[in-house]
Design a protein around this ligand. Sequence first.
Ligand code: PEP
Ligand code: MG
Length: 557
Amino acid sequence: MEAQLTLTGTPVVPGIAYAKTAWVQGVPEPPETAPDVPESERETAQEQFVAAADAVAQRLTTRAASMVGTASDILAVSAGFARDKGWRKEVNKRIAGGTPPVQSVTQATQLFADIFSAQGGLMEERVTDLLDMRNRVVAELEGHPEPSIPTPDEPIILLADDLAPADTAGLDPELILGIITRLGGPTSHTSIICRQLSIPCIVAARDLEAVSDGKLLIMDGDSGEYSVDPDREQAEALAHEDALRRQRAREWQGPAETLDGYPVELLANIQDRASALRAEQTEATGIGLFRTELSFLNTPVEPSLEDQSALYRSVFSSFPGGKIVVRTLDAGSDKPVAFASVPNEENPALGVRGLRTSGVDEGLLLRQIDALVSASADHDGPNWIMAPMVSTIAEARWFCGMIRERGLKAGIMIEVPATAIMIDQFMEEVDFVSIGTNDLTQYVMAADRTNANLATYTDNWQPAVLTLINLIAQSGIAHGKPVGVCGEAAADPNLAAVLIGMGVTSLSMASGAISYVGSRLSEVTLEQCQQAAEAVLQAPDPITARQVASAALGTHA
Ligand code: PEP
Ligand code: MG
C-alpha cells in the first residue's frame, strides 16, 4: 500500500485515532466433512456437544454479568443462542445421523444464519453474533482456547473482518484507540458497543485488506477516512486536538446552551428501561425518542395492555417531571416485530411499516395508545406521542386527533419526503414534529440505510437532506410549533450546531453522544450556528457542507 493513500469506510463513532495497526486473527473454518461417528459412540458425542454448548453459554453469561449496559445485553443474547433449544435440536439430530459434533454444529448454525440473512436488516447483522457463538462451541469441542482478541502491550488500532460482540464488549479503550472493520454496518453490534465505549470506529472498509499489521495509521471516525503512514507531525497534532475534544466532552456539564447562552433542549433516544437508566446519567432533560418497537423484537405475541403499561411506566419513571416523546410501534422493514410485521414483502423499506401497520391491524395501535395513556397518567412531565412513517395529511389528522382526544400532545415523525415537501399543511394538523433523519435520508437519496455500499448516499450531510430539514424548521417557526431532530444527524456535534442554526428546537440522540454535542454547542454562538446553516444550504455535496460548517463554527473556543 502506498504511503498516505487515503481509504474510506462508513464512519460510525466519531473521533481521531493515530497508532500502529493490529489485525485480529480470524478463526479457521472447520473442515466441511469428516468421517461418520460410529453408531455406538453417537450418544456420547451428543453429550460432548451439550457439555461444550453449556460451557460456552455459562462463560458468556458470566461475562455478561460482569458488564453493564448494551455490552451486557448483547453477551446475554449470545449466551441465549448457545442455549437455544431449536439450535441444539438441529445439532443433536445431525449427530444422531452420524455427523461428527463439530460439523453438526457448523451445519446447524449455518441453517439459522441463512434464515437470519434472508430476513435482512437487524436480523442479518445478528449473523456475526451467531457465528461467534459457533466458533466458541467448536473451539470448546476441539479443546482449543476460546477465540479472543489478544491484549496489546501498547495502544493500537484494531483491524478485523468483523468483530464478535463477546470480543468487542471486553475492549479496553485505553489500549484500543480505534477500530476499523471490513464488514459490518452502522447498526451492527461492533458499532453499538464502540459507541458505548466511545472508541472511534469505521465499518464497511472494503479496502482494509491492503493495510498490513504494525503500520502507523490515522483514522477519522467522523469522515470514515483512514490512511497509512501519514505525515507524523500532522497526525499527532490531529490526534492531540481530538483527545482534547473528548476531554472537553467528559468535563462538560449542562445545561445545554450556546456560548452566548441560547438554550438548547437535549434529549435522549432510548428503547427500554435499561437504556432509559443510562440516559438518566447524562445531561439529557428528557426522552426525545422512545423506540417502543425495539422492546418487542424478541416478543412472539402482542404483550397485554397491562404488560405494555408496566414497561412504559418503568421507562417514564427515569425522568420524573421531564419531557417524554414516545413513538408508537415502528414495526416492519429493518425492525421485524413478530406480531406486527407483514412477512415476505418484496420491498419492506417501502412496505407496511410504521403507522402503515394500522391499515392492516388498527387494534394494535389503539391498544398501544391505551397502554401509553394509562402509563402517562402516572408521569407528571409533558407526555408527547408521535407516529412513525406518516406520509399523508389524512394519516396525520387521524392519528393526532386520536391522541389529542386522550389529552396528550400529538405529533408525527418526518421521515418520508412527501411529508417534508408538504410540511406547511402537515403543521396545521400537529402539535409538534420530529425529523427522523435516518429514514428521511434513506428515502430522499433512494439508498438503503443498511447497505454499507451506499454509505456516501446515506450521509446526513447530503445537501438535499439539509435543504428539506431547513424547510421543516422554517415551517415550524412560521407555525410556532416545535421541530425536533431524533435521527443520527442530531448526534453529530457540528451538524447539531447547524440544525440549531436552522431553527430546530430540540435534539435527541444516543446517550453516549450527549456530552459531545453539549460541549460543542457550548463553544459556538447562535450566530455562528446560523451562519453555518446558511453556508451548508449552498454546498453541492456532503464534503463541502462539512467544510463550510467547520469554517463557520471554528475549531473550538
Ligand atoms: C429515523 O429514521 O431517523 C429515526 C429516528 O427512526 P429509526 O432510526 O428508529 O428508524
Ligand atoms: Mg425511522
